[in-house]
Design a protein around this ligand. Structure first.
Ligand code: SF4
Length: 60
């Protein structure tokens, strides 16, 4: 699966980093999430997509 993260829409809530810590990390300086991997077969990526309150994660 390919993971896309729209950092311009991210509000830095950290939910994705809790649901899927191998893939998402919070960039404290920027105040937004960033990706540790852009391609994965980790199913938590989909959970993060479904959990993001602003819908800025896309997994395809
Ligand atoms: S769950 Fe969404 S809004 Fe929250 S930090 Fe992750 S990408 Fe950003």
């Amino acid at each position: 699966m390919k993971i896309l993260l729209d950092q311009t829409a991210c509000i830095g809530c950290g939910v994705c980093t809790q649901v899927s810590p191998e893939i998402f990390v919070l960039d404290a300086e920027a105040g937004v999430a960033r990706l540790l991997q852009e391609e994965t077969d980790d199913p938590t990526a989909k959970e993060a997509e479904n959990s993001c309150p602003v819908g800025c994660i896309r997994v395809e």
